[in-house]
Every structure is written in C-alpha cells, then in structure tokens.
Ligand binder design. Structure first.
Ligand code: NAD
Ligand code: UDP
Length: 318
C-alpha cells in the first residue's frame, strides 16, 4: 500500500488534449498517476479528453505554454506544439515561439521543481536526411529558411535548450525524437498523410499523392509510441537521449495509398499533386539505442494499426 502511494506521481502533460498527449494521459491515469493536462486547444480538442474530465485524478488547464506556468508536479512531458505541416505552417512565428519559449518556460518550471522533463522532439531535426536510416549521432540536413524551418529549427533549438539546462543546471532531461506516428484521435483535417488518405478513401475522394509518391516514411502506431515515451521517462538516471522512437519498417507514400484503398474498399483514384518544398525524400529510424536502453521496439504492424485508425475515422463520419 505504502509503495503504491509513493509510486503515484503528479504528472504534467503539455499538449495533453492533442493526438499523442491524450493517449499518453490515458496510460498515465491507468497506471495510477495524477495528471495535469495543459493545453491551449490550438490543434487539440476537448473531445480527446472528454472521457477523463470527471476522473478524480485528472485536471485540465487551458493555458499557452509561451507564458510561464506555476504548478507543483513530479514530472513533465512537454508535447505542446502543432505537429502536422499544415498546422505548424499556419502561424510559423507562433510555431517557433511555442517550441522555444514553451521549452524555456517548461524547463524553468522543471528547474524550480527539480523534476525530470521529457521533450517530444522529432525526426524533423534530421531534415531531408543524407544518412539512411537515421541514427541519433547524425546532425541532420535542415534548411534554416524554408517553410518547414519554423518547426525543424524550433525543435532543434528546444533540444539545445534541454541539453544546456542539463549541463548548466544539472536538470534530468529525456529527449525523444519521434518519427511519424498515427492512430485514433489524429485530427481528421490536419493534412498528415495517414489522416488525409483515410478520410479521402472513406469519402470516395481522390487520394492525393504529393510528388511521385516514391518518398518514404516509417509509421508507428500510437500505442507503441506512448509505450516508448513512458519507458524513456522511467529510464535510468543520466540517460538523456536523444533517442529515436519510431517504427523502422519503411513504406513509400504510394504503397501507403494503395494499402489504405485496399483496406477501406474505396473506389478512389490515386492522383498526383505537387511535392511541397523541403519534403524529406526518405525517413526511417535506426532504433538500436531504444532497443538497448529502453528495451523498446514497436509491436503493431501497419496493417493492424491502420485497421483501428480507419475504424476511428469511420466513426467520425457516421
Ligand atoms: P497535436 O497537434 O495533436 O498536439 C499538440 C497539442 O499541443 C495540441 O493539443 C495543441 O492544442 C497543443 N498546443 C499547441 N500550441 C500550444 C501552446 N502554445 N500552449 C499549449 N498547448 C499548445 O500533435 P501530436 O501529433 O499529438 O504531437 C504532439 C507532440 O509530438 C508535438 O510536440 C510534436 O511536435 C511531437 N511529434 C509528433 C509526431 C507525430 O507523428 N504525431 C512526430 C514527431 C513529433
Ligand atoms: N503526403 C501526400 N499526400 C497527402 C499528405 C501528405 O503524399 O495528402 C506526403 C507528404 O508530401 C510527405 C508524406 O506524405 O512526403 C508525409 O507527410 P506528413 O504531412 O504526414 O508528414 P511529414 O513526415 O512530411 O512531416
């Protein structure tokens, strides 16, 4: 009983009303923790957390992390930031602000509380990679002035801040480089490839392949991703990462489109649209470090994850 009491923590999840944050909170609540969800609902939605609103160990606070936050918690997961290219390019200045000012505010909070803090970083720190698959030691190939830079450079600067707080103030940090993740509660209009293709297929619309469709991505199901984040937060003291968290099975975008059409039974045609600028041509994580340090690797195959995701989007349309 006493052990249970002490292993229960008060955990702050910023961006907790978003896609990944809401799944993370479900897992933390199920594990017996007390969760404070901080979100300004820019891309997140109350419907992602509505099943938790009356839970005694859950609390929601509408707040923008670009401003300081004064709360008492034992650990912080910093996820607040729009994640889809359409959303983060909508207000690029705000995207850099949330990445950088948000990180400074949450790091300042962690410093005052002397508590561990995890950063949701991204495979975008590798830009359009010239090394394949990407290992954590690769420094990346990022355009600093392009349309994706607000996100890529914002997240890179956030990583710098995390490591400087670690070196300068001895803060316990954990940096996860998250690769493309999909699943239920993705925003149906966020423009990401999995949500786009499924929504287009379910509506019988054309499937929009940007460019030739030969560019690759590696898709991780949300349950696997959340498992990786929790393992990272609970990893040995001194293990900071950065660590790649993603599924190493690589697909071309055309293969994904064909799979979605087959699985939905849609009559949609595949049509080509111009490739957005700086769109990475290939992406696949090397997860050797996650395997050895966290004992983690994804368990859900793309077909199985897509089945659940398609069912979720079907539910939204009915
Ligand atoms: P999402 O857009 O669904 O969630 C982001 C959440 O942050 C939203 O609820 C949004 O309202 C909130 N938010 C945005 N600006 C805020 C602010 N200023 N103050 C407070 N809250 C704010 O995206 P997601 O896919 O759940 O991504 C979560 C995190 O994981 C992001 O930091 C993203 O960069 C990172 N990430 C995600 C992926 C992926 O494939 N899903 C890949 C790499 C990195
Ligand atoms: N993409 C596509 N059609 C769409 C949406 C995206 O072909 O309707 C492509 C996009 O150009 C990119 C890949 O799918 O090459 C993944 O895009 P997404 O926006 O999901 O994430 P990214 O990995 O680029 O951040």
């Amino acid at each position: 009983m006493a052990r249970e009491y002490f292993s229960q923590k008060r955990i702050l999840v910023t961006g907790g009303a978003g896609f990944l944050g809401s799944h993370l909170i479900d897992r933390l609540i199920a594990a017996g923790h007390d969760v404070l969800c901080v979100d300004n609902l820019f891309t997140g939605a109350k419907r992602n957390i509505e099943h938790l609103l009356s839970h005694p160990r859950f609390e929601f606070m509408r707040h923008d992390v670009c401003f300081p936050l004064f709360v008492e918690v034992d650990a912080i997961y910093n996820l607040a930031c729009p994640a889809s290219p359409v959303h983060y390019q909508y207000d690029p200045v705000q995207t850099t602000k949330v990445s950088v000012h948000g990180a400074i505010n949450m790091l300042g909070l962690a410093k005052r509380l002397r508590c561990p803090i995890l950063q949701a970083s991204t495979s975008e720190v590798y830009g359009d990679p010239t090394q394949h698959p990407q290992t954590e030691s690769y420094w990346g190939n990022v355009n600093p002035i392009g349309l994706r830079s607000c996100y890529d450079e914002g997240k890179r600067c956030a990583e710098t801040l995390f490591f400087d707080y670690h070196r300068q103030h001895g803060l316990e940090i954990k940096v996860a480089r998250i690769f493309n993740t999909y699943g239920p509660r993705m925003h149906p209009a966020d423009g990401r490839v999995v949500s786009n293709f499924i929504m287009q297929a379910l509506r019988g619309e054309d499937i929009t392949i940007f460019g030739e469709g030969s560019q690759t991505r590696s898709f991780c199901y949300v349950d696997d991703l959340v498992d990786g984040l929790i393992r990272l937060m609970e990893s040995r003291e001194g293990f900071t990462g950065p660590v790649n968290i993603g599924n190493p099975v690589e697909f071309t975008i055309r293969e994904l489109a064909e799979l979605v059409v087959e699985m939905t039974g849609a009559r949609s045609k595949l049509v080509q649209r111009p490739l957005p600028s700086d769109d990475p041509t290939q992406r696949k994580p090397d997860i050797t470090l996650a395997r050895s340090e966290l004992g983690w690797e994804p368990a859900v195959a793309l077909r199985d994850g897509l089945e659940k995701t398609i069912a979720y989007f079907r539910g939204l349309l009915n």
